[in-house]
Design a protein around this ligand. Structure first.
Ligand SMILES: [Zn+2]
Length: 495
C-alpha cells in the first residue's frame, strides 16, 4: 500500500500502485471457507474482476494500475469504488462537486493515512498532508470514462458464476432479478426496480409479509403472556414491557444467530425473578418460533428503490457479504497484534456480526464455528505445505494457539494432522534426497570403475606401443645390417 506524497508538491497526494500488506495476504487464498459460517468465500480479486466487467471507470483504474484492490482494501479505494457504483452516469468531477462526497473522500484519506502512521509505515504528522488532490492524469482518466452500466441481461449473465454462492434472501433476490432480466432484457436493473408494475407488486407483497410477521410475533408473545397470567397475574405488566424490549432486540441485534438465544436469556432471568421457573421450557418453545429475519426479496427490492440504489449498489449489496475479510482473533482494541498469527478469514457478514463480541460469547450463537475454523486452518496448512502460500510453516500452529488461549479452549483447532503431514512431507523429502545421494554414489563408483578400466586399457595400449617400438628398432637394426650388406656388396661389385 502506498499513497505516496509526490516530491514536487508535498501538499498533493498521488494515487499510486499499491503493494500488498503481507499479513492480509491470507484472505486472497482461493477457495477458502469462512471460519465461522463455513460458506465459500469470494476473494477481493474475484469480486474486483466482476465489478471491472460492469463499470468502466473501475476497469480503467485497475488496468492503468492506479488501484489494485485485491492487494489492499483501503478506505480510499472503497470510497472511489462506491462513487463509481453509486453514480454510474456522472464523471468524477461532478461527483466530487457534491460536498458530502468530498467529505467522504477526505475522511477516507485521513483514515488511511492514520492507519499508515499507526502501522509505523510512514510518518505523516503534519495536518497539511491531509489535503487531497487527485493527480491530473487520474482525474482526466475518469473524466474521459463515464460509467456505462450494462443491460440487466448482460449483468445477470456476468453474475451467473456466483449464483451458487448466494443464500437466503440474497438467493431469492438473485432469482427474481434473473426473471426480470429475461422479461426486460434491454433495461438496466435500476430501471427495472423503478418500474411501476414491479415496484407496486413488491411493495404490496412486502406489506403483507410485514403484517404476517407482526401477527406471528404477537401470537407467540401473547401466548407467553397467557402462560404468565396463569402462573403469576401480577407479573403480566412486567412481561408486556419485556415484549417491547424483545421486539427491539430482534430489530437491533445485527447478529441474527444471537437473537433467539439472547431473548431466551432475557426471559429466563425474568421468569426466575417472578417465580415462574416452571414456564421456562414452554416459553423457550414459543420463542423458538418467533420470526427472526425481516428481510425478504420484496423488502430488499422496495428498499433498493426507495434508497435510489444504482445497478452497482444492487450488485454490491448482493456480493459484498460473501467476500473474504481478515478478522483479528484478539481485537486490536484489546491489545491484539496486527500480524498473521492473530488472523482468521471470515466472510464480511460474519465479521460484521462478530464486531467486537468476545469469541467466548460469540461461539455460543455459532456452534459450528469450531468445526469451520478447523477446516480453514487445515486449508491454509495445505496451501503452505504445497507451496501456494509463502508463509511461516508454523503458522497454523501459532494461529491455533492464539485461538486456544483467547477462547479459553472453546475453539482449539487440532494441528496434529498438519504436523503429521509436515513430518510425512519432510520424510518424503529426506527419502528423495537419500535416493538421489544413492544414485550419486553409484555414479561415482561406476565412474571409478570406468576409470580403472580405462587405465588398464591405457596400460595395455602402452605395452603394445612398447612392443611396436621394440619391433621397429629390431626392424631398423635389420634394415641397417641389410644396408651394410648391400653397401659391402656394392663395394665388391665396384672392385
Ligand atoms: Zn461467514
Amino acid at each position: 500500500m502506498n499513497l505516496t506524497i509526490s516530491k514536487a508538491n508535498p501538499n498533493s497526494i498521488t494515487f499510486n500502485r499499491r503493494l500488498a500488506l503481507k499479513h492480509t495476504e491470507v484472505k486472497y487464498l482461493p477457495k477458502l471457507n469462512c471460519a465461522c459460517c463455513g460458506r465459500d468465500l469470494i476473494t477481493a480479486p474475484e469480486a474486483a474482476e466482476f465489478y471491472k466487467k460492469i463499470t468502466k471507470p473501475l476497469k480503467l483504474m485497475m488496468e492503468k494500475g492506479f488501484f489494485k484492490p485485491w492487494q489492499s482494501s483501503t478506505r480510499v479505494w472503497n470510497v472511489l469504488q462506491s462513487f463509481s457504483l453509486n453514480f454510474p452516469d456522472m464523471n468524477l468531477d461532478t461527483i466530487l462537486d457534491v460536498k458530502e462526497n468530498q467529505k467522504a473522500l477526505k475522511i477516507a484519506l485521513v483514515d488511511d493515512l492514520n492507519e499508515l502512521i499507526a502501522n509505523g509505515k510512514r510518518e505523516f504528522k503534519n495536518e497539511r498532508y491531509f489535503k487531497y488532490e487527485i493527480t491530473d492524469e487520474y482525474a482526466d482518466l475518469l473524466r474521459r470514462s463515464r460509467t456505462h452500466m450494462k443491460s440487466a441481461s448482460a449483468v445477470m449473465r456476468r453474475l451467473l458464476p456466483l449464483k451458487e454462492t448466494f443464500e437466503g434472501h440474497k438467493k431469492a433476490v438473485f432469482e427474481q432479478l434473473e426473471i426480470y432480466a429475461r422479461k426486460y432484457p434491454r433495461k438496466r436493473l435500476q430501471e427495472i426496480i423503478n418500474l411501476d408494475e414491479v415496484y407496486r407488486f413488491h411493495q404490496q407483497k412486502d406489506w403483507l409479509q410485514r403484517a404476517q410477521t407482526r401477527e406471528k410475533l404477537d401470537f407467540h408473545f401473547d401466548n407467553i403472556l397467557l402462560l404468565v397470567k396463569k402462573q403469576n397475574p401480577q407479573a403480566v405488566e412486567f412481561f408486556e414491557d419485556l415484549k417491547l424490549e424483545a421486539v427491539d432486540l430482534l430489530e437491533l441485534e445485527h447478529d441474527s444467530a444471537a437473537r433467539i438465544p439472547k431473548m431466551k436469556k432475557m426471559y429466563e432471568k425474568a421468569l426466575k425473578e417472578h417465580g415462574c421457573e416452571k414456564l421456562i421450557p414452554k416459553v423457550n418453545k414459543e420463542l423458538e418460533q418467533v420470526p427472526i429475519s425481516f428481510i425478504t426479496v420484496d423488502s430488499f427490492l422496495v428498499f433498493a428503490k426507495n434508497h435510489k440504489f444504482s445497478d452497482g449498489q444492487i450488485i454490491m449489496s448482493l456480493i459484498s457479504p460473501y467476500t473474504s475479510s481478515v478478522e483479528h482473533i484478539i481485537p486490536i482494541s484489546e491489545g491484539g497484534k496486527d500480524s498473521i498469527e492473530n488472523i482468521i478469514v471470515l466472510c464480511r457478514e460474519c465479521n460484521r456480526n462478530r464486531s467486537s463480541v468476545p469469541y467466548t460469547e460469540f461461539i455460543q450463537y455459532h456452534p459450528m464455528m469450531s468445526y469451520h475454523t478447523q477446516r480453514q486452518i487445515n486449508q491454509i496448512g495445505d496451501y503452505i505445505l504445497n507451496g501456494t502460500f509463502d508463509a511461516d510453516k508454523f503458522l497454523p500452529i501459532k494461529v491455533s494457539k492464539t485461538l486456544h488461549n483467547y477462547t479459553h479452549g472453546k475453539i482449539s483447532p487440532d494441528y496434529s494432522d498438519y504436523c503429521k503431514k509436515q513430518i510425512r512431507r519432510s520424510e518424503r523429502k529426506i527419502k528423495k534426497r537419500d535416493t538421489v545421494m544413492k544414485e550419486v554414489k553409484q555414479a561415482k563408483v561406476d565412474a571409478l570403475r570406468q576409470k580403472a578400466d580405462l587405465e588398464r586399457e591405457i596400460k595395455g595400449l602402452d605395452k603394445k606401443m612398447n612392443d611396436i617400438s621394440h619391433l621397429t628398432q629390431e626392424l631398423n637394426k635389420d634394415n641397417d645390417s641389410d644396408n651394410n650388406f648391400i653397401n659391402q656388396m656394392k663395394k665388391q661389385i665396384k672392385k
